[in-house]
Design a protein around this ligand. Structure first.
Ligand code: FMN
Length: 362
């Protein structure tokens, strides 16, 4: 489970470069600026955020801890951030509507099966999902070789090695047995319990949500079906960003899926400036992949992002301590943001610009 979350595709070149991309950027602070309580609020597609970050959609993380996606949906709004929940969540939309203080944002894939997608959109409307994100960088799942090595597959394969691994983590295994949050609940609908004989067909059906047959017409169709704000997640080319804007989306998430899809693509932070330039002020641009610290979020905002999505960090917090662990991670990010803004001498995230970045000419 750890390697499934932590790992990337193939040689993990992009996974590594996502960090290098941030490390290569230097901040340039202003001195004596009297900043005590920086304003961290921003907006995405007209929705106010008290903090410029969002828990990224991560499928099936109930395997890390049964609090799963509900943990992010509780912890994020508590401190003014947002949660964006995966179609492959282990909590259904209806369960999140019941358990979370505010309905999280929802991620889905381009509609390979329009009937299923229509039903999902109806459920999203009924549960009052405020924003939808469509992920376009998974025509097929990436080749994650740590998963291959561990036989971490759908359906899962039991080997002596992974059986031993389960037995040697008794607390985790006991939690899993008591509350097996390991199924993509949106594929059964509602709050029904999953019966064991349904599991394998259910997992197969969920894999069918991702298809290489989808194209720009499917994005147009989705736009025509969803009346609320729509983000496109997984864009790395400027012309794709423009095309998505022409299709009527409200925002772009520059993302390489945390290095989990096509290995060898550039770090998201490296392509961000060209995408911001190509879409101008027409839509909001967000970024994910490699964000680990408050300084990373500040760097992305300096380069034109409105907010960042944070993937693995909240899932590590979840694995370590359930909802409390997610609260701790998000609190660290908030504290780092405050300190970074004070050290930078900038009183509002809305004022961040390339002015606060060092280049050799400065
Ligand atoms: C375990 C895991 C599962 C993920 N599942 C999804 C998913 O279901 N849908 C999606 O759009 N992105 C998914 N992602 C990608 C994240 O939304 C995000 O793009 C990525 O994690 C950002 O990189 P970071 O982990 O370096 O912050 C997943 C990422 C991880 C680590």
């Amino acid at each position: 489970v750890f390697d499934h979350i932590d790992g990337g595709a193939e040689c993990e070149v992009t996974l590594t470069q996502n960090r290098e991309g941030f490390d290569d950027i230097s901040l340039l602070p202003r001195a004596l600026m009297h900043v005590t309580q920086p304003d961290l609020a921003t907006s995405v597609c007209g929705i106010r955020l008290g903090l410029p970050f969002i828990c990224a959609p991560t499928g099936l993380v109930g395997a890390a801890h049964p609090d799963g996606e509900l943990a992010a949906s509780i912890a994020a709004p508590e401190i003014g951030a947002k949660a964006l929940v995966s179609t492959h969540a282990t909590y259904s939309l209806e369960e999140l509507a019941l358990g979370a203080p505010e309905m999280p944002w929802f991620q889905l894939y381009p509609p390979a099966d329009r009937d299923f997608c229509t039903a999902l959109l109806e459920r999203a409307l009924v549960t009052k999902v405020p924003l939808l994100a469509v992920t376009v960088d998974v025509p097929v799942p990436g080749n994650r070789e740590r998963d291959v090595a561990h036989r971490y597959s759908i359906p899962p394969k039991v080997t002596p090695k992974n059986a031993w691994s389960v037995m040697s983590h008794p607390t985790w295994a006991l939690r899993l047995v008591r509350n097996p949050r390991i199924f993509p609940k949106n594929f059964v609908g509602g709050s029904d319990r999953v019966r064991y004989r349904e599991v394998i067909p259910l997992l197969r059906k969920s894999m069918g949500a991702m298809s290489p047959r989808v194209d720009w017409d499917d994005l147009d169709w989705l736009r025509s079906q969803w009346p609320g704000p729509l983000l496109v997640k997984g864009i790395l080319r400027s012309e794709d960003a423009r095309r998505a804007v022409d299709a009527g989306v409200d925002g772009i998430v520059v993302s390489n899926h945390g290095g989990r899809q096509l290995d060898g693509v550039p770090a998201s932070i490296r392509v961000l400036p060209s995408i911001v330039e190509s879409v101008g002020s027409d839509v909001d641009v967000l970024l994910d992949s490699g964000v680990r610290r408050g300084t990373d979020i500040v760097k992305a905002l300096c380069l034109g992002a409105k907010a960042c999505l944070v993937g693995r960090p909240w899932v590590y917090g979840l694995a370590a301590g359930g909802t409390e662990g997610v609260r701790a991670v998000l609190g660290v990010l908030r504290d780092e943001l405050v300190r970074t803004m004070v050290l930078l001498g900038c009183s509002s995230v809305k004022e961040l610009s390339p002015e606060y970045l060092w280049t050799s000419s400065k």
